[in-house]
Design a protein around this ligand. Sequence first.
Ligand code: MF3
Ligand code: CO
Ligand code: CO
Length: 263
Amino acid sequence: MAITIKTPEEIEKMRVAGKLASDVLMMIGEHVKKGVTTDELNTICHNYIVDVQDSIPAPLNYGHPPFPKSICTSVNHVICHGIPGDKKLKDGDIVNIDVTVIKDGFHGDTSKMFVVGKPSILAERLIRITQECLYKAIKIVKPGIKLGDIGHVIQHHAEGNNYSVVREYCGHGIGAVFHEDPQVVHYGRPNTGDELQAGMCLTIEPMINAGKRYSKVLPDQWTVVTKDRSLSAQWEHTLLVTDSGVEILTHRGEENIPQIISH
Ligand code: MF3
Ligand code: CO
Ligand code: CO
């Protein structure tokens, strides 16, 4: 599959889908607290996406075997693709909620870390450094840079802080298809790989471990955990490459990075 360049009409639909996905993360925050189950969070998000946003939760029935829920909830040592279930969140847990909505045929994909009660200093630092990895990568995005430049910025910041970068899962092109070309890996060497062009939409979604980088998939065939059971964090945005830089399609008002960056 080739990399798609979006038309102005498609870009407008990506803006709408991106905003809806970010709205779900804004909405769910107040519900992420001690005693709630991740399945309850799933139900709240599912109903909001379907009933309020008149949209489709992309994860539901996605892939093989079909993903059984509408969001991913990845707690503590779960790297990604955690399946919402009946375990209650407890004080000190960290949880990534990953939301993908389809509106008018286009996808918006974004995730955020939440903390339950008071997290450990280590957890707080891992979450912060991982968000910095995402932001540092976003800030270099413009036509002419290469995918390896993105990977390098993330790997350099993570490893410079004694963390490791998960290699088996990556960001991706996105549009009418959930996971399009190119693959956006979160490690690499400057000036290598495909060049970015205006009109491309892609996600950057670094998964950073406090311990070693190795992962394994649980028997449910979805849940990805750290092999050494160390904590893992992830943040994700859907981006549009513009003529002069980047637009964060899933930007939340609360964030300390501008939605539109022009170089
Ligand atoms: N939202 C994930 C991503 O960022 C993909 C989840 S696929 C699912 O690409 F089936 F697990 F939902
Ligand atoms: Co994604
Ligand atoms: Co996602």
